[in-house]
Design a protein around this ligand. Structure first.
Ligand SMILES: [Cu+2]
Length: 107
């Protein structure tokens, strides 16, 4: 085998390992002052969204229409993640404080 063939095989191997090890990108939504911040985010397919509660009150991330798994009650500094594998607009609210609403747009 010639040297350039070996180099090419090694570069393919490195590329495949790098691809396999790449974690899903995580997007963060804070819960603060009874608001989801940012209230709307746009993420790519397969994105992971993590909510973190910074309030002293519990909140529950609740999917409208059960299009993704809703969270348990999140106490202060608790976080919850969901992964979005299909394009679409996912709306949610806090089932304890229904005036709190948010949207995940997956493209
Ligand atoms: Cu709440």
């Amino acid at each position: 085998m010639r040297w350039h063939s070996v180099a090419f095989a090694v570069s393919l191997l490195v590329a495949s390992v790098a691809h396999a090890a790449k974690p899903a990108t995580t997007y963060r939504v804070g819960i603060r002052d009874f608001q989801f911040q940012p209230r709307q985010i746009v993420v790519p397919v397969h994105a992971r969204v993590t909510w973190t509660n910074h309030d002293e009150e519990p909140h529950i991330v609740t999917s409208v229409g059960n299009t993704f798994h809703s969270s348990p009650a999140l106490d202060t500094n608790d976080h919850y993640s969901a992964t979005f594998d299909k394009p679409g607009t996912y709306t949610y609210f806090c089932s304890i404080h229904p005036q709190m609403t948010g949207t995940i747009v997956v493209r």
